[in-house]
Design a protein around this ligand. Structure first.
Ligand SMILES: Cc1cc2nc3c(=O)[nH]c(=O)nc-3n(C[C@H](O)[C@H](O)[C@H](O)COP(=O)(O)OP(=O)(O)OC[C@H]3O[C@@H](n4cnc5c(N)ncnc54)[C@H](O)[C@@H]3O)c2cc1C
Length: 299
């Protein structure tokens, strides 16, 4: 079955063939998605999932592409972005109901504005709420998983379901959500707070990030922190700062960031990841694990 004829006509945003993933990842690298789709609502998403089941075309879901290394050969099948159409926030008592496409910074600002406390840490995390939930994103000692009351998702059989807190397992930069389906919405439980204080807390965290993080394209921390010492310290002490493969290089400002000043390929970045891993292993006998997700085919 032809996705362009079958799905293209029914989806409001249509379907794009051979869409470069470099347009959708914060590293600005990545080869073509066979078919790129931006569903306008849950019903369209269900239609895509059912189409994938009928045809056997693989399905890949992403949010803002800020934790992804897409290889230069791209991604086969249907590549679905949970983006702007799923961006909304409203308050229900002490709960904040937000769409999975909502940006974390927008969410932190919205919580502060309405006087709900607990989300300021998320200001400046450049991902979507859906991606943050899958990764259990966190900063400054807080994690998104700790706030979850309920999640709305579309299962891989196309059914829309709600998951209670007790069905979800959150760990360090991981959760069991991606195996359960595609996240479309979350209910977050927060506490009453003072809007003015919260707004200044949000600005404080944003300023702290501007100070600490490189501004060149990156995917944030490349490696998970192993028990004991942060990955960035191990890389710095092993002499990894400034190491490069092609234009890709380990940031001088933050050793757990690999930056793309322009012109790097996914292959450059992946080779640099391996070089850093090797360096730290030789120096400290510690095997670093990636926090970024590496997907797609090599060219
Ligand atoms: C400058 C910078 C700073 C960063 N700082 C932090 C930080 O402080 N803390 C932190 O935790 N992370 C940080 N990150 C990493 C990243 O922003 C987070 O992991 C973020 O939560 C990922 O969200 P995303 O929408 O970009 O996800 P993506 O990169 O698009 O996807 C991540 C994973 O989630 C899956 N996924 C995405 N959306 C959905 C969905 N709706 N349903 C099911 N699966 C989905 C994807 O398949 C993929 O496996 C930083 C990144 C950058 C570039």
């Amino acid at each position: 079955m032809n996705p362009e004829q079958e799905l293209g006509r029914r989806l409001r945003a249509g379907i794009k063939k051979n869409e470069p993933m470099s347009l959708h990842t914060s590293w600005q690298v990545g080869g073509p998605a066979d078919y790129y789709l931006l569903p306008a609502d849950e019903a369209e998403l269900q239609e895509i999932v059912r189409f994938s089941n009928r045809t056997g075309l693989p399905l890949f879901i992403f949010g803002n592409g800020t934790n992804l290394l897409v290889r230069d050969g791209g991604i086969r099948g249907l590549v679905v972005q949970i983006g702007a159409p799923f961006s909304y926030v409203h308050r229900e008592g002490n709960l904040l109901c937000a769409g999975a496409g909502t940006s974390m910074t927008f969410l932190a600002r919205a919580a502060a504005k309405t006087g709900l406390q607990g989300l300021s840490f998320a200001a400046g995390i450049p991902g979507s709420l859906g991606g943050a939930l899958v990764m259990n994103a966190g900063a400054f000692g807080s994690y998104i998983g700790g706030l979850v009351a309920e999640i709305g998702l579309v299962r891989f059989d196309g059914e829309a379901v709600r998951l209670g807190r007790e069905e979800i397992v959150f760990g360090y930069r991981q959760s069991n959500l991606a195996e359960k389906g595609i996240i479309v919405e979350a209910l977050l439980e927060l506490e009453e707070g003072d809007p003015d204080l919260l707004k200044s807390e949000v600005e404080k965290y944003l300023a702290e990030r501007r100070r600490r993080h490189p501004s060149l394209p990156s995917a944030g921390s490349v490696f998970r922190n192993p028990p004991g010492r942060p990955a960035g310290c191990l890389i710095e002490e092993a002499g990894g700062k400034g190491l490069s493969v092609g234009p890709a290089r380990v940031s001088e400002q933050h050793a757990n960031f690999i930056v793309n000043p322009g012109g790097a390929s996914a292959r450059d970045i992946e080779e640099l990841i391996e070089a850093v891993r090797q360096l730290v292993k030789e120096k400290f006998a510690v095997e670093l694990q990636t926090e970024v997700r590496i997907v797609g085919e090599k060219r």
